[in-house]
Design a binder for this molecule. Structure first.
Ligand SMILES: NC(=O)c1ccc[n+]([C@@H]2O[C@H](COP(=O)([O-])OP(=O)(O)OC[C@H]3O[C@@H](n4cnc5c(N)ncnc54)[C@H](O)[C@@H]3O)[C@@H](O)[C@H]2O)c1
Ligand SMILES: CC(C)[C@H](C(=O)O)[C@@H](O)C(=O)O
Ligand SMILES: [Mg+2]
Length: 367
């Protein structure tokens, strides 16, 4: 059966890193078929919209989406609905991709690249599960108006709505408990129940759902404390489940523990395991076009695609082992470079992963 992948490179470093992920996928000799489409600023330039119907159609025909990144400062003055970031938000909403998996794993070779002391992060392997289609990101109403009351009545104001419905919290809770059950059986629900009604509701539902998972130990942490604990004692966490905005912030923080945001992959899944796979980072306009971006987060996202949507854990393992092997060889992009290692660019890093896959295949054929 052919596995159909919609390839949406997007903007900035998006094209550079997705090119490498495709080369890695191609090295696996699987029956893959690609449909390419512009997204974000690139789609705005080509079609006047960051997520045109033609791009959505390519995604609808696919089994999974491989996404690079979108955004550039030059689009900041566009009206919001035309800004590149609306494309990724639109894809998440349109395909119901409510469950976002962001694993933060420290490869032993990168212990010194982490912003924390090696002993604090050695062996780190945590999973952040971020609810992705609700919360203040999508709540209505939102906008600008004249302040209706209070001390500043009559003054211009802006507002967003933080909200979660019961089914939205229940379904992410089940995903998180299910994931924790397959790992260390510990789940930390991160909230702000001491201040926000939305997150007291979230916490109440987490406790309710936990009754169905007696083998998983649930605890709760306020998001401010979680941000602190992530840099104090990150290994105490196993699986974290949290809302859309807290998950956005905490996952960037967790990325640095692994050495670089260029190492953090992600999978965004809906109820039928259709997924969008993208690095957790953005389009990095500051380094775009220079050939220095780290492609490993995107390559590891492609591995997640094989594991989650295509049910090919063997192929995912092959990619992950190849990544470990290039790191063991001492190859580093600039973001994870340290003295004594070899600095390589985006294309060289991708090519090294491809070579490691091919070398691995040769070895397994010979043995
Ligand atoms: N899913 C997405 O498409 C996505 C995610 C985050 C940000 N963005 C967008 O990207 C643009 C830039 O945002 P930002 O600067 O806040 O975040 P960013 O993640 O693009 O960059 C933050 C910093 O990390 C570095 N970095 C990021 N990825 C890297 C990689 N693979 N290798 C080496 N270094 C890397 C960048 O050079 C930069 O210094 C904005 O328009 C933002 O909205 C898009
Ligand atoms: C670009 C932006 C909309 C996006 C988010 O906030 O979800 C990004 O930061 C991410 O983490 O995927
Ligand atoms: Mg983010």
């Amino acid at each position: 059966m052919t596995l159909k992948i919609a390839v949406l490179p997007g903007d900035g470093i998006g094209t550079e890193i997705v090119t490498q992920a495709i080369a890695v996928l191609d090295a696996l000799s699987l029956p893959l078929e690609y449909g390419h489409a512009p997204v974000g600023g690139a789609a705005y330039e080509a079609h006047g919209h960051p997520l045109p119907e033609s791009t959505l159609e390519v995604c609808r025909k696919a089994d999974a989406i491989l996404f690079g990144a979108v955004g550039d400062w030059k689009y900041d003055s566009l009206e919001r609905k035309l800004r590149p970031e609306q494309a990724i938000l639109g894809l998440r909403k349109q395909f119901g991709l409510f469950a976002n998996f962001r694993p933060a794993i420290l490869y032993p070779e990168l212990a010194n690249a982490s912003s924390l002391k090696p002993e604090v992060v050695a062996g780190l392997d945590i999973l952040i599960i971020r609810e992705l289609t609700g919360d203040i990101y999508f709540g209505q109403p939102r906008g600008r108006r004249e302040s209706p009351d209070g001390e500043f009545a009559g003054a211009p104001e802006a507002f967003d709505t933080m909200r979660y419905s019961r089914p939205e919290v229940e379904r992410i809770a089940h995903v998180a408990f299910g994931a924790a059950r397959k790992r260390g059986k510990r789940l930390t629900s991160v909230d702000k129940a001491n201040v926000l009604e939305t997150f007291q509701f979230w916490k109440d539902i987490m406790i309710e759902v936990s009754a169905q998972y007696p083998d998983v130990a649930l605890d709760h942490m306020y998001v401010d404390n979680a941000a602190m604990q992530l840099v104090k004692a990150p290994k105490k966490f196993d699986v974290i489940v949290t809302g859309n905005m807290f998950g956005d912030i905490l996952s960037d923080e967790a990325a640095m523990l692994t050495g670089s945001i260029g190492m953090l992959p992600s999978a965004s899944l809906n109820a039928r395991n259709f997924g969008l796979y993208e690095p957790s980072h953005g389009s990095a306009p500051d380094i775009a076009g220079k050939g220095v971006a780290n492609p490993l987060a995107t390559i590891l996202s492609a591995a997640m695609m094989l594991r989650y949507t295509f049910n090919r854990p063997d192929a995912a393992d092959t990619i992950e082992s190849a990544v470990k092997s290039v790191l063991a060889q001492g190859l580093r992009t600039a973001d994870i470079f340290e003295a004594g290692t070899t600095k390589v660019g985006t294309a060289e890093m991708g090519a090294a992963v491809v070579s490691a896959i091919k070398a691995g295949k040769t070895i397994s054929k010979e043995t």
